[in-house]
Design a protein around this ligand. Structure first.
Ligand SMILES: [Zn+2]
Length: 99
């Protein structure tokens, strides 16, 4: 055969889809998609530094702010939560020490 062996079937190099989005890997599906609670019910989950009860759910036992991946919060709201937590700390609503 006079056919030239082309380097690969696909055109270009395999840069079809870049690993841009979150959760690029994980082929085997079946995982429940966590939905951001703030997106789901923004009126019930108001991100405010005075809303300590809510913020407490987003800090770890060692009082560090939990990662968005742990809480299932979207990036946008995660940033707001983080800001609120920091602010709450400043005004001592959210203690640095466990109760
Ligand atoms: Zn959200």
């Amino acid at each position: 055969m006079a056919r030239k062996s082309n380097s690969d079937d696909r055109d270009g190099r395999g840069r079809g889809r870049g690993p841009g989005g979150p959760g690029g890997r994980g082929g085997r599906g079946g995982r429940k998609k966590k939905v951001c609670r703030f997106c789901a019910a923004p009126r019930e989950n108001i991100i405010d530094y005075k809303n300590v009860g809510l913020l407490k759910r987003y800090v770890d036992d060692d009082r560090s702010i939990r990662k968005a991946r742990q809480t299932g919060t979207c990036r946008k709201h995660q940033a707001q939560v983080a800001t609120a937590i920091k602010r709450a700390r400043e005004v001592a609503l959210l203690g640095y020490v466990p109760e």
